[in-house]
Design a binder for this molecule. Structure first.
Ligand SMILES: *Cc1c(COP(=O)(O)O)cnc(C)c1O
Length: 399
């Protein structure tokens, strides 16, 4: 066993150790090594002989073979992600989070199958269900994120997969994941979770019964708003299906981007803790403002998802929403435009704060989003929260 497989290590230590295998960080012929796996760019891999070429063709994933199969920079990131997820057999990397989601769904679903998709899912996830999956003859039903154990009533003989996202990344409902995964296992249905909000630091997904966990590494893991990538991490039972599909789909990631994401991963523990603290400070302040309808943040004691969040999550990240009491689209634009420290832009999880409008009433189908107040989503960065609060005060003054 390599030290990189040591599951007795605590998460912060795994973040430091993950993927730094001696065979990837050093060259025995040179008698030394470096801290970080170097950036190995490659399409062609050269072999010693034809016998060598033939032998390597049969080798496993993390061996030199051809550029699409990766190089040590790529394997190091995948290895570190696997190490971070107790119960995982392996991880695959994709050029974006959406690419990881669509690859996972394609790997696990066939024509005639039925998919249960959470109604609070990231919008492009819905689009893939209604578009390409539907065209392939895979039927999707959208379900209420608060369904809990009643998911049993929605499982059909053709249901092969239940997709979860918790908290929903626009509306922040917390799902009862242990109840859903237990029921799914009992019925022979697989589960896949979009765990971008929590990462395995705050919610070890496979330990809660999930079969495949997905992250947009573009967000907290990358953490610096300069790289796009996605990952799937799976149990031993599901892993071969994902590997086989990855081989056929042919998506490959750049080793340069892997080096950026690995750099982000090393500091994920300290960054996420600060994002969470800063976010909670801002959310608590917002909850006391007369201009605010409600704050959608499961770590706030009054939040509908607070009990489940307290039971299942080890902490909070820094993404949440709030509504402007009586506010419409125009008022919301006035509010966001007045902010100086919050960038206006998509994505989240970077070191800098962002504010965007969100309109769940135009997206939902299983349930209706009846709150008429305009919703703002905030990604709280690593600035001093006092400066962010002063900025939000400017926004309220502009209303
Ligand atoms: C951003 C996001 C994705 C997609 O990730 P990309 O890297 O942008 O493709 C998936 N799920 C959630 C919850 C996200 O916020």
């Amino acid at each position: 066993m390599s030290k990189n497989d040591d599951q007795t290590l605590r998460p912060a230590t795994k973040l430091v150790q993950g993927g730094r295998r001696p065979e990837w960080t050093g060259d025995p012929r040179l008698g030394g090594g470096v801290v970080n796996p170097p950036v190995w760019r490659a399409s062609t891999i050269l072999y010693d002989s034809i016998a060598d070429l033939k032998a390597r063709g049969a080798s496993t994933h993390d061996k030199f073979y051809y550029g699409r199969r990766g190089t040590p920079t790529v394997w190091a990131l995948a290895d570190a992600l696997t190490m971070m997820e107790p119960g995982a057999e392996g991880s695959l990397l994709y050029p974006s989070g959406v690419a990881a989601i669509s690859a996972g769904l394609l790997a696990l679903l066939s024509p005639g199958d039925h998919l249960l998709m959470v109604d609070s899912a990231y919008e492009p996830t819905r689009a893939f269900c209604n578009g390409m999956l539907a065209r392939m003859g895979v039927r999707s039903s959208f379900y209420d994120p608060l369904v809990g154990a009643d998911i049993a009533d929605l499982i059909e003989p053709a249901t092969k997969l239940i997709f979860l996202e918790s908290p929903g990344s626009l509306t922040f409902e917390v799902q009862d994941i242990p109840a859903i995964t237990a029921l799914a296992r009992a019925r022979g249905v697989l589960t896949m979770l979009d765990n971008t909000w929590a990462t395995p630091l705050l919610f070890p997904a496979l330990a809660h019964g999930v079969d495949v966990t997905m992250m947009s590494l573009t967000k907290y893991v990358g953490g610096h708003s300069d790289a796009m990538m996605g990952s799937l991490t799976a149990t031993k039972a599901v892993w071969p299906k994902l590997r086989h599909a990855a081989y056929q789909l042919g998506q490959a990631v750049s080793p340069d981007d892997c080096a950026l994401v690995l750099r982000g991963l090393r500091t994920l523990d300290v960054r996420l803790a600060r994002h969470g603290d800063n976010g909670l400070a801002v959310a608590t302040w917002l909850a006391g403002r007369a201009e605010v309808g409600r704050v959608l943040h499961p770590a706030l004691p009054g939040d509908p998802g607070h009990a489940l969040w307290s039971r299942d999550f080890a902490g909070t990240s820094g993404l949440f929403g709030f509504t402007l009491k009586g506010g419409d689209d125009v008022a919301r634009a006035r509010f966001i435009d007045a902010l100086a420290h919050f960038g206006i832009g998509f994505s989240w999880g970077g070191y800098e704060s962002l504010a965007v409008p969100g309109d769940p009433q135009t997206i939902r189908t299983a349930t209706r989003w009846i709150d008429p107040d305009a919703l703002v989503r905030l990604s709280i960065g690593l600035e001093d929260p006092a400066d962010l609060i002063a900025d939000l005060e400017r926004g309220f003054a502009a209303l």
